[in-house]
Design a protein around this ligand. Structure first.
Ligand code: ZN
Ligand code: ZN
Length: 392
């Protein structure tokens, strides 16, 4: 090969690389410049609240957070301050341990928000989050079924964490778990490593935009959840699983808890309200970094009872009317699902559907505006309302 030919080849390679770099930089610029988060429509929201009976107090927060009490980068006080800056009402710590006593002791009203704590138990079946329990006198069992029963015995409930991550859940007999994680921030970043690396510059400048791009449709998780919920009341959780980058992760997934009375002024009272509502399934999840989900409502109206999310229609309740309210000023599409299958759809601010059941009814809302969020990824996932087969 002649010298001039080698020079030519180098030139071609250089040009190719420069071309790729330009495409990459252009793509980065597009991602950063064109990211937009859709905000809450205040007038529409208050209209919904006025029409609401009974009225709910919506409390917004983040679940599944690690601090320096286990393998997180920041202290509990720093995490509370970051949560307050992100506009949250509460942050739920789940430091590793069975339980993690220091983490539990750090609970309180800090930086003006509720810093709550449960723990994440490393069990024989995988990671099990435990919330809302009274402090145990001896450590929880490492055996998942036993641990779930121990937590329940202390007034708490358990959530199967990241069931399909590297540390996956090995399914066994049902032990009355209260929930399953549908999204997990930590798993998302690790599972899509190539995308994460490519998105590194966006992660630094617009972390919310980069995180949104990483989300894939949670089909395995929702499919499993639908099968579980058909047999036992099981609730869905969007989990931050934050160990670092708290600021970005605190904008990604939010839990919206619906309280039937204003938040108590004393810490213990307010803590009890949040955990009781989560245990009852009276909350919905949202990919909050894409758009503000505040104001979403899903309930069923039977003859003279009102059934909130998480509830089961009493036997002989008769036909019910499902009502979904999505008072958002941007394009979205609402799906009502029965046992995981679509039965009604709407692009408007209200969806009404009448049925006599039986089934497990839940709602998914998809964003239809331009967004880094994959259009197949649900923006809002409600918890179910259960209608039982009438007993003979
Ligand atoms: Zn874990
Ligand atoms: Zn974790």
């Amino acid at each position: 090969m002649g010298r001039s030919e080698a020079v030519k080849k180098t030139r071609i390679v250089r040009r190719g690389l420069a071309f790729l770099a330009i495409i990459y930089l252009g793509w980065l610029a597009w991602q950063i410049v064109f990211f937009r988060r859709y905000g809450a429509a205040a007038p529409a929201n208050s209209a919904v609240e006025a029409a609401e009976t009974p009225r709910y107090w919506e409390s917004e927060g983040v679940y599944h957070v690690h601090t320096s009490f286990s393998d997180g980068r920041r202290s509990a006080d720093e995490v509370a301050a970051i949560g307050a800056k992100a506009g949250l009402d509460f942050v739920i710590l789940t430091d590793h341990g069975a339980p993690n006593e220091a983490s539990l002791a750090a609970q309180g009203r800090k930086s003006g928000i509720l810093l709550l704590a449960g723990c994440e138990i490393s069990s024989n079946r995988g990671h099990l989050a435990a919330l809302g329990f009274a402090v145990p006198t001896r450590p929880f069992s490492q055996e998942a079924e036993m641990a779930a029963r121990e937590v329940a015995g202390l007034g708490g409930f358990t959530i199967i964490a990241h069931p399909y991550s590297k540390i996956h859940w090995s399914w066994g007999p049902w032990a009355g778990y209260g929930g399953i994680e549908i999204f997990n921030g930590d798993t998302t970043v690790k599972r899509r490593l190539v995308r994460t690396v490519l998105s590194l510059p966006i992660l630094l400048i617009r972390p919310e935009a980069a995180l949104l791009r990483l989300l894939a449709p949670p089909q395995a998780e929702t499919g499993k959840w639908d099968r579980l919920a058909a047999a036992h009341p099981t609730f869905a959780y969007f989990a931050a699983d934050a160990h670092f980058a708290y600021g970005a992760l605190f904008t990604l997934f939010h839990l919206h808890v619906l309280l039937d009375s204003p938040p108590a002024s004393d810490f213990e009272g307010a803590r009890g309200q949040i955990f009781a509502a989560l245990k009852a399934g009276r909350f919905y999840n949202a990919v909050e970094a894409a758009a503000s989900a505040r104001g979403f409502r899903f309930q069923a109206e039977a003859e003279d009872v009102l059934l909130p999310m998480g509830s089961t229609a009493p036997p002989g309740a008769g036909p019910v009317r499902f009502v979904v309210r999505t008072p958002f000023a941007f394009a979205h599409e609402t799906y009502l699902l029965r046992n995981g299958i679509e039965i009604a759809r709407s692009a408007g601010p209200e969806l009404v559907f009448r049925t006599a059941g039986p089934g497990v009814f839940r709602v998914e809302v998809f964003l239809r505006e331009r967004s880094p969020l994959d259009p197949r990824v649900p923006w809002i996932v409600s918890n179910p309302i259960f209608l039982e087969r009438p007993s003979r």
